[in-house]
Design a protein around this ligand. Structure first.
Ligand SMILES: *[C@@H]1O[C@H](CO)[C@@H](O)[C@H](O)[C@H]1NC(C)=O
Ligand SMILES: *[C@@H]1O[C@H](CO)[C@@H](O)[C@H](O)[C@H]1NC(C)=O
Length: 222
């Protein structure tokens, strides 16, 4: 098995995560999975609240470990076509799921998401399932718990502030400062975790700086 730089960083990150054991957010991007399955994640990540595995070449989520606290899962730009029932079992607390750019073709493939009772946001942009004209109506009917589909609600209102996409209902969770300037697009509008969240997780930020540092050290050696 050959490891490119992204993979090395991934593995280093895993090592650090294990020693810290408090990791709440994990971002794995552009590292190819060797067999289309989720690699390296284990049940030890019980505190994980946010997981990003964009464009890592997975076609299946079946090896996802149990992540009871996971709220945000981004697996865009992979080749997942179904098997979403595993999410109900492994991460029942999911509030936001980004499946854009995958190979979901049938409504029946997203039916298991009915059982994700906390799901508020779902993104399927670029999946064949979204092609029919009546897709949105059908999807909202199939998944009545969802507020936002592909970034817009039932009335075609856009997600007000994409960095706060999971706090529209649970006001008791995080009473952040009111965000009046909706038109500020440039800062972290790509579904990234908001700054307030990052500051709250200051320890994680230092962890990430550490990982990035390791990554830089690694790449300058090769
Ligand atoms: C599920 O998420 C809510 C917040 O949305 C949190 O209060 C609760 O503890 C979570 N459940 C688990 C099992 O982590
Ligand atoms: C889902 O992921 C895609 C690809 O990264 C991104 O362009 C899109 O904005 C995300 N959707 C939301 C609602 O953040």
């Amino acid at each position: 098995m050959t490891l490119d730089r992204g993979c090395i960083r991934w593995h280093l990150c895993h090592m650090v995560c294990f020693s810290v054991c408090q990791v709440v957010e994990l971002v794995v991007e552009n590292c190819r999975s060797s067999d289309g399955e989720v690699e390296g994640l284990t049940d030890e990540y019980t505190n994980l609240e946010s997981l990003c595995m964009m464009n890592v070449g997975i076609s299946s989520l079946s090896k996802l470990p149990s992540l009871p606290k996971l709220q945000k899962l981004e697996v865009s730009d992979n080749s997942i076509s179904g098997g979403l029932d595993v999410l109900v079992e492994k991460c029942p607390n999911l509030t936001y799921l980004n499946l854009s750019g995958n190979k979901i073709k049938e409504m029946s493939s997203i039916k298991p998401l009915q059982n994700l009772k906390n799901l508020k946001g779902l993104d399927l942009v670029g999946c064949d399932v979204t092609s029919p004209d009546d897709f949105r109506d059908n999807a909202f009917e199939l998944l009545p718990q969802i507020t936002y589909l592909d970034g817009f609600d039932r009335e075609d209102n856009e997600v007000p502030d994409s960095e706060n996409d999971d706090d529209d209902d649970d006001d008791d969770e995080e009473a952040g400062p009111p965000d009046d300037d909706d038109d500020e697009e440039e800062d972290g509008s790509e579904g990234e975790v908001g700054l307030s969240y990052l500051m709250k997780e200051g320890i994680q930020v230092s962890l990430w700086v550490f990982v990035a540092f390791l990554g830089v050290g690694q790449s300058s050696e090769s």
